[in-house]
Ligand binder design. Structure first.
Ligand code: ADP
Ligand code: MG
Length: 623
């Protein structure tokens, strides 16, 4: 039986069970289920922020409250229908998500968590004290129910179906987002923010997107909460810090990255206190202290099962049952890997190397791709880069060498926009780019790898390379959620090009493995494939042969020659002198942040200053 039939079968059984549920549950339990479904929507929102983008937020109940109050006001004071206020409240909550996200996202870890707590407290205080608007402690009562014509969603039994439908739609949207350019960008930020930025992802923008989605889902959840037949009022104490912690606990229990986990966690944790409360009287301690048990349980989860219960089950299913067959690469796409600038989005800089110009032009007439003039980077008193001048010419492999600590990596970090230069100029195809953000440089056609490999370890090999295609694609939230023809086609192309890049570095058979499970040399090649996927015109490599065995180094040499042969320009930092001498067209030597020599390999080999620098370094090493 094929996999689709199995899925369809499971969906049919689960769907039938869900549709039948109100007929078998007693009213009290049905009410709890309804609360669970409402909470699940807010928890799904939090899954974008924490699970995908890896950012901590304890403001989810505040967005929930903003949604609930918006709808309460619009329906009671202005007589809007709840359907309309649902849309308005979602928009308002989303805007508040942007409002919170934009200024605070430069904060990391605990600081961001603190800022979100502060936001939650402010919202709560406003709800309490702005009496004319919010009704103060009394809140707003007698909210209308959802209606369709004469039919009113005023009973637990029928409201359940409304909630179920809404949750299915929200979960479907979340699932589509996860498997899109947007979801991959969020995950890339969680996995390695610096590498995400180097892949052309505007990390601040995407973090705001995560907060906006999270807040929007919470807002929708808040509306469904406020108009529940069992509720129909809002008051400030509902939308408290405690509730934000509960949402967090629900997500962590189920699995922060898992959609089913978010839903399971929400439903399970609304039931848990009820079950504990029903224990017989002689278990009084447990009954009274159920919150403590519940808290301890969450702490144990975070320590021993950080992926969550459902997250763990999904992991097992993925690794044990589903073994997807690697797809084959299209030969025409493989032939284009490493050809720069094709698929140009009109940056004006790329595309100049699309022909193999290496043989056509004599070395001196090749135009410079990258020029450094008196480039400086100081860290306080440390002059890591202290006035470097160099030119990297089109179609060449240009090596940057020098003793340890001579400033090579720092120079590369400044060129690629990770650091701002302290002084001097950088021009890329004649355009001054000093101080530009890393993600905009990637868009201009610059790509890099890192000395200490920076992959997205918990994502598949294929997803790693698909993220490399970020600047070669454009699907946004709308295109991700709705199956538009152009976004569907783009997703197919991105996947096919990623597979081609993997084939090029001989990793296509590993496409469904997690990046962290690759051998060391394979991880280095994956990083190169990911960089090539953005179709750069200049590729910067920081010690690609580090940690490779001689056989792997030979393969790397062939690979880099092949890339050059396809018209790309390379700037290579490398310690392996044998590799540098065999591969480079030109070498620049650094010592103490200054360039001390520049020329062809034969000239460098016999340069007294270079010999002196390396000998000096060795003396220091042996001391
Ligand atoms: P290389 O790559 O040539 O080995 P680096 O560029 O890594 O050298 O380092 C050059 C110098 O700058 C070293 O003295 C190093 O300690 C210093 N350095 C590098 N990065 C930083 C930083 N972020 N803060 C302070 N000092 C740094
Ligand atoms: Mg270095």
């Amino acid at each position: 039986m094929n996999r689709l039939a199995i899925y369809a079968g499971i969906a049919l059984v689960v769907g039938a069970a869900l549709l039948f549920l109100p007929n078998v549950l007693d009213p009290a339990n049905l009410s709890i289920v309804n609360f669970g479904l409402v909470y699940a929507m807010a928890v799904l929102g939090l899954h974008f922020i924490l699970g995908l983008a890896g950012q901590m937020s304890l403001a989810q109940a505040a967005f929930w409250g903003i949604g609930a109050y918006s709808s309460a006001l619009l329906t009671t004071k202005w007589g809007w229908s709840p359907w309309l206020s649902l849309v308005a409240a979602a928009v308002i909550a989303t805007l508040f998500g942007v409002l919170l996200g934009a200024p605070t996202l430069r904060l990391k870890g605990h600081y961001l968590a603190m800022a979100t707590i502060g936001f939650g407290i402010i919202v709560n205080l406003i709800l309490l004290n702005w009496k004319e608007l919010s009704g103060g402690t009394d809140g707003i009562i007698n909210l209308p129910v959802f209606r369709v014509g004469d039919f009113a969603f005023d009973k637990r039994g029928n409201y359940y179906y409304l909630l179920l439908a809404a949750l299915v739609l929200l979960a479907l949207a979340a699932w589509r987002l996860r498997h899109s350019r947007v979801g991959r960008s969020l995950l890339a930020i969680r996995e390695n923010e610096l590498a995400a930025e180097a892949m052309g992802i505007n990390t601040t923008f995407y973090k705001v997107i995560a907060f906006a989605l999270g807040a929007g889902y919470a807002g929708i959840s808040g509306v469904f909460f406020a108009h529940m037949p069992d509720v129909r009022y809002v008051s400030p104490d509902t939308f408290s810090f405690n509730q934000s912690v509960t949402f967090l606990a629900m997500l962590v229990l189920g699995g922060s990255e898992s959609i089913f986990g978010a839903i399971f966690g929400a439903v399970f944790l609304v039931f848990l206190p009820e079950w504990l409360r029903q224990l017989p009287d002689d278990l009084k301690t447990i009954k009274q202290g159920y919150l403590a048990f519940y808290g301890a349980g969450i702490m144990l989860m975070m320590v021993f099962l950080p992926v969550g219960v459902v997250g763990w089950i999904e992991q097992q299913i993925r690794t044990r049952l589903l073994k997807p067959q690697p797809q084959l690469a299209r030969p025409d796409l493989v032939a284009q890997v490493g050809v720069p600038g094709v698929g140009d989005q009109g940056s004006g800089v790329r595309g100049q190397g699309s022909e193999n110009s290496r043989d056509a032009l004599s070395p001196t007439s090749r135009p410079p791709v990258l020029e450094l003039r008196e480039l400086q980077k100081y860290f306080g008193g440390i002059k890591a880069v202290d006035g470097i001048n160099m030119e990297v010419r089109q179609g060449e492999i240009h090596a940057l060498i020098g003793p340890n600590g001579s400033g090579k990596t720092t120079a590369l970090n400044v060129i690629s926009g990770i650091y701002r230069p302290t002084g001097g100029a950088i021009s890329f195809y004649g355009q001054s780019v000093g101080g530009k953000a890393a993600h905009s440089l990637t868009r201009l056609g610059l790509a890099r790898t890192f000395q200490n490999i920076r992959l997205f370890p918990e994502l598949t090999v294929l997803e790693n390379v698909m993220i490399g295609l970020h600047v070669q694609s454009r699907t946004g939230v709308f295109g991700a959620v709705f199956p538009l023809p152009q976004s569907e086609a783009e997703e197919k192309r991105v996947k096919a090009e990623a597979i081609a890049a993997l084939e090029f570095v001989d990793l296509a058979d590993k496409q469904y493995q997690l990046a962290k499970n690759l051998a060391y040399g394979q991880q280095r090649r994956l990083e190169i494939a990911r960089a090539l996927a953005s179709r750069p015109s200049l590729l910067l490599l920081d010690e690609p042969a580090a940690g490779m065995n001689p056989h792997e180094t030979e393969e790397l040499l062939d690979l880099l020659r092949e890339i050059r042969g396809r018209g790309m320009t390379l700037l290579l930092i490398e310690h392996d002198m044998n590799l540098v001498m065999r591969l480079s067209d030109r070498i620049t030597v650094l010592n103490f942040g200054k360039e001390i020599a520049d020329g062809k390999p034969q000239q460098i080999e016999s340069d007294p200053a270079v010999i002196e620098a390396y000998l000096g370094a060795e003396v220091v090493l042996n001391a």
